[in-house]
Ligand binder design. Structure first.
Ligand code: MN
Length: 631
């Protein structure tokens, strides 16, 4: 196909498009036409919608009917504009398209899904996202990048229509747009599976449109922070992945730490995804299927949890025709303990995104789509997951920002963050009517309720405590839960306090130890981690200089340090190497973390741990080394 400046040598057949006029017609040339009228003295042949001429009966070798394609030569253009035509028989010719659409095949008219209007008769070209058989029609969910629509095809009650058409196929559907339970639905008269170039074109169009729509907005962090800005390229990548998943109807599974920071992280993302759903998913039931947020009790993605998630996802593929989900790990997920779970998901090509502020292991990098972690950009744990996830939520759906402005302060309080950003976050919260004490109470109430919820997301209760959803309960609920939490702490401290052993270490630090198995209430709030934390906070106030507190159970211990430069992930590595058969693993932050080991080696492990703590340098409150390193 060429234009007029590049004419072939041999015989040429010209095609005129609807933009051509008589001026484009030349005597002697052959044109593609069609019969538009039959009269006694010949047939009228159109070269396009507005140009036609007569083939005289004397030149017709065989009879023609209306609609027949016919190639004609223009013998004469008369002064009155009438054309005199004769049929031609051509072999081995080139074709030249004339008009605006030079060289393009004429495409069938196509309506973008985003422009469907009730009662229209349309042709839609799209990819099948999912197929589900109802008791009546077969429902194909279609996407073309401008939107998604359910398409109903009926051959018989409960009978699969177009069995050749399946998830992932590109199709052309001719049908009528109707309304079903408030949603537009396409009733298919004809559904054709596209092949080759046609199919590729549909996929390319979808992919290009999704890329454009999935692009997160251009934003600046809600507080001025270079540390946050440095993480923005990674955050944008996660936001793009989540937006793309929602637009392609992929469910989103969120796993987060079961504490105030983790809950704040999960809720921020949940609000954003739900807000995106409001454009695409109308019914509440669907939201519960397409977004699943669950707290993890362990500080990593346990095999038990990933197995459960995978099990449910695969059943949903069958029951609801859902595509496989994407997984988002929040305030969790950046350690080598997560790798087994990620490899399990990889067997099903389920992508994983991580937003965490725990000290990361390199091992997980090749296993995840994107990993947002302050440590990867020169920051540290003081920039908590909740702070990062409020930025992520804005990048997923900016309209949620106004409900979330006080959330980073809650997340920071929950994790006792001493981030330089903290003051700006507290100021932002004050502007929304939450003073510092109120923020602190929210964090404590969240921690308490997280414990009670165990494996449940507690969607609305948590929303009410965090005050991110319209409710009348927040003002009564938060002080109530806060006082329950304080009472529980009081009971735990009354029992524990008398059993804390204290020794002065050669490096000048104080080591406090507590047998949490035998001298605290078990299976109740606060658990061993928080109990140890509370003991530690008290000891820090009592002593000048560094304090390390270790709360130990039969096969685990919890570690908190202040003013002593320990590195818990490094200690775990060293113990693993030095103590064969002790089964040491665990980790966490540099100075806040936990270890697990086999019960029979507890005494050895703790002894080695205490030795390492005694060898650690003292550091000032800015976490910089002071004094001589002890030998
Ligand atoms: Mn956290």
């Amino acid at each position: 196909m060429t234009d007029k400046t590049d004419e072939p040598d041999g015989p040429v057949l010209y095609h005129l498009d609807e933009t051509c006029s008589l001026d484009d017609v030349e005597e002697g040339r052959a044109y593609q036409g069609y019969v538009n009228g039959v009269v006694d003295y010949g047939v009228f042949v159109s070269l396009n919608d507005s140009i036609s001429g007569l083939v005289h009966e004397s030149n017709l070798a065989s009879p023609l009917e209306i609609g027949d394609d016919v190639k004609v030569r223009v013998e004469e253009i008369r002064d009155d504009g009438n054309l005199s035509l004769t049929p031609v028989h051509m072999h081995d010719y080139d074709e030249v398209y004339v008009g605006e659409h030079d060289g393009e095949e004429e495409e069938p008219p196509r309506t973008p899904i985003g422009e469907l209007v009730e009662d229209d008769d349309v042709t839609v070209e799209a990819e099948i996202l999912s197929v589900r058989q109802t008791g009546g029609p077969t429902i194909f969910t279609l996407a073309d990048g401008t939107g998604t629509v359910d398409c109903a095809a009926f051959v018989g009650a409960g009978e699969r229509a177009y069995p050749e058409a399946d998830e992932g196929d590109a199709v052309r559907v001719v049908g009528e747009v109707e309304t079903r339970e408030g949603d537009l639905q396409l009733e298919a008269d004809e559904l054709e599976v596209l092949e080759g170039e046609d199919a590729q074109e549909v996929r390319d169009r979808l992919s290009a449109a999704l890329d454009e729509r999935a692009e997160p907005p251009e934003l600046e962090p809600i507080v001025d922070s270079d540390r946050l800005r440095a993480l923005y390229p990674r955050l944008r990548e996660v936001a793009r992945g989540i937006r793309r998943a929602v637009m392609k109807d992929r469910p989103v599974v969120v796993r987060h730490h079961a504490d105030a920071d983790g809950m704040a992280s999960g809720v921020a993302v949940e609000r954003a995804v739900f807000s995106l759903f409001d454009e695409a998913v109308d019914d509440t039931e669907a939201k519960y299927h397409k977004f699943n947020r669950m707290p993890s009790r362990a500080p990593f993605y346990e095999m038990e949890d990933v197995t459960r998630d995978l099990n449910y996802a695969l059943k949903d593929v069958e029951r609801h025709g859902h595509p496989k989900p994407v997984v988002l790990m929040l305030d969790n997920g950046s350690t080598e303990d997560d790798a087994d779970a990620y490899r399990t998901l990889d067997a099903y090509d389920i992508p994983v995104y991580v937003v965490d502020h725990h000290s990361p292991d390199d091992e997980i990098e090749p296993l995840v789509e994107e990993h947002v972690n302050p440590y990867l950009e020169g920051g540290d744990y003081s920039l908590t997951s909740g702070m990062l996830c409020v930025e992520l939520a804005r990048l997923i759906e900016p309209s949620v920002e106004e409900d979330l402005l006080h959330v980073p302060a809650v997340a920071g309080k929950g994790d006792h963050s001493e981030a330089p950003e903290m003051e700006a976050y507290l100021e932002l919260a004050r502007e929304q009517g939450y003073d510092e004490e109120h923020i602190d109470d929210i964090a404590d109430a969240l921690d308490y309720e997280s414990y009670q919820l165990k494996y449940d997301d507690g969607r609305h209760i948590i929303n009410h405590i965090l005050d991110v959803e319209e409710n009348d309960s927040h003002d009564e609920l938060v002080p109530h839960l806060k006082s329950l939490a304080e009472e529980a702490f009081g009971r735990q401290m009354d029992a524990a306090r008398a059993h804390v052993d204290e020794v002065s270490l050669p490096n000048g630090a104080t080591l406090c130890t507590l047998d949490v198995e035998n001298f605290t209430h078990k299976f109740t709030f606060p658990g061993p981690g928080k109990t140890t934390g509370r003991v530690h906070d008290g000891k820090v106030e009592e002593h000048d200089g560094g304090v390390v507190t270790v709360g130990y159970g039969p096969d685990f211990c919890v570690i908190r340090a202040e003013g002593v430069g320990i590195n818990i992930p490094d200690i775990v590595d060293e113990l693993q190497e030095e103590m064969v058969g002790a089964g040491v693993h665990g980790g966490g932050h540099l100075v806040v973390g936990s270890l697990k080991f086999v019960q029979g080696r507890r005494e050895d492990v703790l002894e080695k741990l205490y030795t390492k703590i005694a060898e650690a340098p003292l550091v000032d409150e800015h976490k910089e080394e002071v004094g001589e390193e002890p030998t």
